[in-house]
Design a protein around this ligand. Structure first.
Ligand code: TXA
Ligand code: MG
Length: 315
């Protein structure tokens, strides 16, 4: 799909236009002090699916949600003492906190890729701040680069990578940090999930403890690292053309089924429906969920990746 990418100045008109695009489910690249983000309304499944599509991300890596203040963040995640310490010390700034998501908060399940946690951040860049205030809602934003390429720190980088795939870029000059945010997981023990713009030593000094390092092969907070992820109660059988006894069929395309990811065979629509439909079928307590074949192209890669993880045998 090719759309005309608008270059927006960071003035009143620019904020109004960017907000209008976000409200209608479109994508706007916004400057943060770390890198440019590829933003969409975090409550809108379709907008979030479009983010993955525009980046050409091979899997649904969970996204960071951007909000204007810690007060607003508390509407979306379960707050804790450590969160308060880190937010007071480093927000607004180059730090992302991973905390338990509040399920009633209305964030699209695609944002957290079905995880029970949410990565959330308050950026310091005045243009990001102004847009978040004007939009008055949570903005999901990965770095605004095509998957596998270098993160963008200027409008030109964004345009080179994503021109024609996003509705607009808001110009905030070159990013000050130029390196993504530090990601801290606040589960049982504060854990460094990704080194970034705020150095570890400074964080440890604020918390008065040593950060646990997230090491390879350790169990797992991000779905990309998991073998079995999003496990419904029922056994999942892939590439099914019909139901077997006791199964419900999750269809794709023109098939007779219990729920259809996309009757039209549209992969963006299927991505939007995936977690919703799996939850809905799971709630029916069938002994098995059979799934129609899904093409291994575009968002189909991500959908199949998630489905394969759901289908991994488990006890
Ligand atoms: O500086 C930044 O963090 C930039 C700006 C735009 O905010 N964003 C950014 O997003 O770097 P992205 O998507 O490129 O990287 C987000 C990282 C991914 O590695 C993802 O796995 C991790 O955050 N992540 C997101 N949600 C998570 C969660 N619930 N648990 C663990 N890791 C999570
Ligand atoms: Mg990135």
């Amino acid at each position: 799909m090719h759309i005309e990418t608008e270059l927006l100045k960071a003035d009143f008109q620019g904020y109004v236009r960017a907000t209008e695009i976000l409200r209608s489910g479109g994508l706007v690249s916004l400057p943060t002090e770390t890198v440019y983000g590829l933003g969409g309304d975090a409550r809108n499944d379709h907008a979030v699916a479009q983010i993955f599509e525009a980046k050409g991300r091979p899997q649904f890596n969970p996204l960071i949600v951007h909000v204007p203040s810690a007060e607003v963040a508390k509407n979306y995640v379960q707050w804790s003492h450590e969160a308060e310490v880190l937010a007071s010390a480093f927000w607004p700034g180059a730090m992302t906190l991973v905390l338990p998501i509040l399920p009633e908060a209305g964030i699209s399940p695609l944002v957290s890729a079905g995880l029970p946690t949410l990565a959330i951040r308050v950026p310091a860049h005045p243009v990001a701040q102004a847009l978040l205030e004007e939009f008055d809602g949570p903005v999901a934003a990965p770095s605004a680069n095509p998957s596998g390429r270098i993160s963008p720190t200027t409008v030109e980088h964004v345009v080179t990578g994503l021109n024609g795939r996003i509705a607009a870029v808001l110009d905030g000059g070159a990013c000050e940090v130029g390196l993504e945010s530090t990601i801290i997981g606040l589960g049982d023990e504060p854990t460094l999930l990704r080194p970034g713009g705020v150095p570890v030593e400074v964080i440890e000094a604020a918390l008065q403890c040593t950060l646990r390092l997230h090491s390879e092969g350790e169990p797992l907070t991000a779905p990309g690292q998991m073998t079995s992820h999003y496990a419904p109660g029922a056994a999942v059988r892939l590439n099914a053309t019909e139901r077997m006894l006791g199964e419900l069929l999750l269809g794709f395309g023109d098939v007779d089924c219990d729920l259809n990811l996309s009757a039209a065979g549209d992969l963006t629509e299927a991505a939007v429906n995936l977690f919703h439909h799996l939850h809905a079928l799971d709630a029916k307590r069938a002994s098995g969920i059979a799934v129609s074949p899904i093409p291994e192209t575009g968002l189909g890669l991500a959908i199949n990746d998630r489905l394969r993880r759901a289908a991994v045998p488990r006890d």
